[in-house]
Design a binder for this molecule. Sequence first.
Ligand SMILES: *Cc1c(COP(=O)(O)O)cnc(C)c1O
Length: 392
Amino acid sequence: MDKLQAYLKNELDSLRARGVFHLPRVLETEQKATVVIDGREVITLSSNNYLGLTVHPRLREAAIKAIEQYGVGSGSVRTIAGTMTLHNVLEEKLAKFKHTEASLTIQSGYATNLGVISAVMQEGDMIISDELNHASIIDGIRLCKSPRKVFPHKDMAGLRRVLEESKGANKVMVVTDGVFSMDGDIAPLPEIVALAGEYGAFVMVDDAHSSGVLGRNGRGSVSHFGLDGRVALQIGTLSKGIGALGGYVACSQDMRDFLLQRARPVLFSTSHPPSVVATCIAALDILEEDTSLVERLWENTAFFKRGLEQLGFNTGKSETPITPVIVGEGALAMQFSQRLFSEGVFAQGIVFPTVPADKCRVRTIVTAIHTREELAKALDIFERVGKELSII
Ligand SMILES: *Cc1c(COP(=O)(O)O)cnc(C)c1O
């Protein structure tokens, strides 16, 4: 056996032996509240389609029209020939939506974190990161030469200590998720902004799970806390609540101009096809015009979370539509998820190392397009399977 084959076999065997080898389930329908996955009809509580925009008629129509008018690809990276009028229209709308001078879209939220952090932070600087920040923030930090320090999750005394230790650095950036994806808790942004200000640091917030969810019309965590103008870099995604694909940074005009020179995903990877851009423009128009989807999302969240709590499940510290159902050990979480699926609910099991080994869970995300009937039925199934496995 050659070395490559031996390596792959070894890695795969080890994953299988630890019971964490996993192939994705396959979705056979569009991404709605009730879907067909692996041949079975289930209520899904596993998508990030918070507002149901992946299947919204206005977005479909916008995508089709853009394809008819502009074709299916942009044909180039942004900085050579791949900036179309549509890209600029979307970025102006995003800046207006986020109350910032400017914005820049990048292929995905993941690429945005990589591109922005590695362009902005240099040797001699300091990056200060919450220990539970998303992998794309961690990878962005790994790509740059700046030193980094981690503070305990949401621990403001810990953050102060690290800021104190970083006084000799040139630029200091404090970076946090707006909403944390495994627990659904919200970053204490007012305290972070105040502390950063005290030490002359600037703040970057990753609003992937807050875009279209938190704040007025779904503007994100900065709007939620009334911190307009006080956060240098607001990262968002167009792939979750907004329903299509992409990432963006809402920032100053100088920052946008700088990133157009230096952010590597902008320089070296092709820009969004016109259909994706047009879809996102339509999504922002809907958010600006109509708050009913965001309201519906929060009503459904309150209903489902209350239901789980009344059944006696441990839902942790969630404050958002992400509600974990914490069961303890990994094998039980996977069995729970499997039994839920057989009974008609898709809620992904999440185990170590993504979460602590004694806090394994299934994670649920409700959306604005779940009906009350679907959520009530999902609660019935949670009750039945929870009792069967002695979780409640
Ligand atoms: C999902 C997610 C991303 C990645 O966004 P994509 O647009 O899917 O690449 C980045 N940061 C956080 C916190 C996320 O949850």
